[in-house]
Design a protein around this ligand. Structure first.
Ligand SMILES: Nc1ncnc2c1ncn2[C@@H]1O[C@H](COP(=O)(O)OP(=O)(O)OP(=O)(O)O)[C@@H](O)[C@H]1O
Length: 768
């Protein structure tokens, strides 16, 4: 840990604290304690020393698919232990607009579960698999700072170093192996308005559960002593556990053991059963030979009495234990058994985990009930409050997530009609096939709104009250995608999760299955998916029984599936099965409703408060920028701008990050977006695009965001009347009639595309 800076030590603690509170007013409202403030302050100093800037856009780029696969493979064991506990944790916080995240020891997100609406918001700051959240990548944040401080860490709102992350509140706890090495971090992130003081307790407990599972597996052939000063705490998360070798040496300990013993992991491993509990290991084994043995009462080195229970693979131990000598033989693993009277091995397994977490959440909810957010339900009450109280928990959770509302209404198709003719055409097409059991394939660049459209289709369909289940084929490790989709039967796996699980396809029964990034579906699974879609039956892994499924399928991709078919990486038969109707979303740079969308995004950010205006210079930059990340990227830029602007009524260049300004200034204006600058009222109809016009994307016509591009609109002041102005007006009208498509306009006018560019570039240059 770094030391307190000299100027801080000179100031009185309370004055320093006051200063900090002024700097971070949102977090100040939580009245967090001095050690918390100190840890955040130190982290900010580290970030400043690293040269990080508060207003910069963090590096959002995730690892490539194959790199992510490698990282996940390296951390497969952590995932196997953590995934079921993450699900339990999520069940306790479902509908609180939160995300449960697991990272590796470097802070790279391996796995996430969350409320759909918040997943959407979180993905805008790349709280998603493959993205690294170490402090040096994202500045002060709960994951990165917990990794450095090696302790549970809360980072709330403006305590995040980077402004882009100020909307978050995050509670993270490192996960340690029994030797004290960091395995990864467990984190819950949500919108800071939804802060709950009990979230950190749940995260810490969940991290401990993962650690205990890890320890139990690591030392499944060793004896484990479970101890606590109060016998009723044995078998709970508060119990200390030490693993003991046959020679009586301590091999490892869980975090509670270190707390109870007040020792470091390294110090504990210097001990033996004799030096730690004052009794030779042989005596302990003998004491537990009896099938009715109760806990032993032993003394810790500090004289504190504790109650101790033993667990081990008794047959192996009885055979191997000979008067304290380690036979050193390799022993065949056998199923763990406990003598009668000892806690059964499962007592520390899934069932007790669920109970512990639920009880904690219930206690927290009762104790601080008034701080529960609207809509949050006390665990266990969901089924009662649900109108279809008899449905399965999986189904309820799915519906809860789909309908979860963070103040952003789930859009229907009408809400997506913000004045762009290409969008109008797309929506018109999907409306015609609604409820006709025709699979829809949504194509479009990343961030162009494919998932939002899929949800809107579901929302407007007769299945709206049934689940909408989204599966991102790119973010699930290839090894897990099969079980995620198809589910698995009890006993199909021997890992931490032995109970069966309902797959996503079955979860979507009665509703809509959204297969996002379908182009990333491994080839081997494409055949299986095709069979499910054709037969409308799914067979979970390890089961011989098929389950009938009634789902309507919407899929989406940013890839060119036809090219993939040619390259034999996508099955043609599956393509035709998914493609009852293909619609292509326009990229933002081609949309004429950019300003209307910007306003919607600002409204979302302000959550009912007064929405700031955009200064003309900002509008100019926004309309000339090519927006490679589309709506998602525009949302990020506006979120930062809103935070920077605070209560100011107008967003100006001062509120935008420098790199965005530089990039945008280098970009010429795009024709379609230019019509959103006010030259055409947002929402006013454009001439319908000619056949093949809107269908031919600008990129395909050779107009990329970096090429010079023309502006649309009526002649500027002082332009009208001259020959040149009339020429320009004709070109603009032709372009507008062609939906911004330069190839079509040039053919109609009988002039080359270059002439159009030249004339309009000259006009832009002279107007500048
Ligand atoms: N019409 C819209 N109005 C406001 N925001 C929108 C609209 N469409 C999309 N967005 C926002 O843009 C972001 C990206 O949307 P979405 O996730 O649907 O894109 P996508 O094409 O599915 O992205 P990806 O290809 O990366 O999965 C989201 O934050 C979403 O809320």
């Amino acid at each position: 840990m770094s030391s307190i800076p000299p100027n801080a030590s000179a100031l009185s603690a309370s004055r320093r604290q006051r200063e900090l509170l002024q700097q971070r007013p949102i977090a100040a409202s939580l009245a967090l304690d001095g050690s918390h403030l100190h840890s955040i302050e130190e982290s900010h100093q580290r970030c400043a020393a690293l040269g990080l800037r508060r207003i910069e856009s963090p590096d959002y780029s995730p690892l490539g698919r194959s790199d992510l696969r490698l990282v996940r493979e390296r951390n497969q064991r952590l995932y196997v232990h953590a995934a079921p506990i993450m699900e339990l944790l999520f069940e306790q916080i479902v509908r609180t607009q939160s995300l449960v995240l697991l990272t590796d020891a470097q802070g790279t997100i391996l796995h996430s579960i969350g409320d759909d609406e918040f997943v959407d918001r979180a993905s805008r700051v790349a709280l998603q698999p493959g993205v690294n959240w170490s402090e040096c990548a994202k500045g002060t944040n709960a994951i990165g700072t917990a990794l450095i401080d090696e302790s549970p860490t809360l980072v709330h709102a403006d305590e995040h170093f980077m402004h882009a992350n100020h909307f978050l509140t995050c509670s993270a706890a490192p996960i340690l192996d029994p030797r004290g090495n960091i395995l990864g971090v467990l984190d819950v992130s949500s919108d800071y308005h939804g802060y709950h003081q009990h979230t950190m307790a749940l995260v810490k407990m969940s991290a401990r559960m993962i650690e205990n599972h890890w320890l139990n597996e690591d030392f499944r052939h060793a004896m484990r002593l479970h101890f606590h000063s109060r016998p009723e705490f044995i078998g709970t998360l508060m119990e200390g556990i030490v693993a003991v070798g046959r020679d009586g040496k301590i091999l490892g300990a869980n975090r509670s053991a270190l707390d109870l013993l007040q020792m470091s992991g390294a110090a504990v491993r210097m001990h033996s059963v004799t030096s730690l509990f004052g009794t030779p290991v042989g005596a302990v084994v003998d004491a537990f030979r009896s099938p009715v043995a109760g806990p032993l009462r032993l003394l810790l080195p500090n004289g504190q009495p504790v109650h101790v229970q033993a667990r081990c693979n008794w047959p192996t131990w009885h055979g191997g234990w000979q008067g304290g000598k380690d036979l050193g033989e390799a022993v065949e693993p056998v199923d763990e058994v406990a003598p009668e009277g000892l806690p059964a091995p499962e007592r520390n397994g899934q069932a007790s985990d669920a109970v512990v977490l639920q009880e904690t959440a219930l206690r927290a909810a009762r104790g601080i009930g008034e701080t529960l957010p609207p809509g949050a339900e006390v665990p266990g009450e969901e089924a009662r409050s649900s109108p279809e109280g008899s449905e399965s928990p999986v189904r309820s959770a799915g519906r809860g997530r789909a309908a979860a509302d963070s103040g952003v209404p789930v859009a229907n198709l009408r809400a997506l009609q913000t004045g762009d003719p290409q969008m109008e055409a797309v929506i018109g097409k999907v409306r015609r096939v609604l409820d006709r059991d025709i699979p829809i394939l949504i194509l479009g660049e990343t961030g162009s709104g494919k998932e939002v459209l899929a949800r809107a289709i579901h929302q407007d369909s007769a299945r709206a009250r049934q689940p909408f289940v989204a599966v991102n084929c790119a973010s699930i490790p290839e090894t897990l995608i099969e079980s995620e989709l198809f589910g698995y039967a009890d006993g199909a796996f021997t890992g931490a999760r032995r109970k069966g699980a309902v797959g996503k396809i079955a979860q979507a029964h009665g509703g809509t299955l959204f297969l996002d990034e379908i182009g990333d579906m491994p080839l081997a699974l494409q055949a299986r998916l095709l069979r499910v879609l054709q037969e409308r039956q799914v067979t979970p892994l390890g089961s011989s029984k098929s389950i009938e499924v009634d789902v309507t399928v919407i899929s989406a991709t940013h890839r060119n599936l036809r090219e993939m078919i040619e390259a034999q990486s996508f099955r043609e038969d599956l393509y035709y099965r998914l493609n009852g109707l293909a619609v292509k979303l326009p990229p933002l740079r081609e949309r004429s409703d950019l300003l209307a969308l910007a306003r919607l995004l600002l409204q979302r950010e302000k959550g009912g408060q007064r929405v700031p205006e955009l200064a003309p210079t900002v509008v100019d930059l926004m309309t000339r920028y090519p927006w490679p990340g589309n709506l998602r990227q525009m949302g990020n830029v506006l979120r930062t701008a809103v935070v920077m602007a605070g209560d100011e009524p107008m967003i100006t260049l001062d509120h935008l990050s420098d790199d965005f300004i530089e990039d945008a200034q280098r970009s010429p204006r795009t024709p379609a977006a230019a019509s959103a600058t006010g030259t055409r009222p947002a929402g006013a109809p454009l001439d319908p695009a000619p056949a093949g016009g809107a269908g031919e994307p600008m990129a395909a016509a050779g107009l990329s965001g970096v090429e010079p591009s023309p502006a649309l609109g009526v002649p500027g002041e002082g332009e009208s009347g001259t020959l040149e102005a009339m020429e320009l007006q004709v070109i603009r009208q032709a372009l507008e009639a062609a939906g911004g498509n330069i190839s079509v306009a040039s053919k109609r006018l009988g002039i080359s595309r270059n002439t159009i560019y030249r004339k309009l570039r000259w006009r832009n240059g002279s107007a500048a």
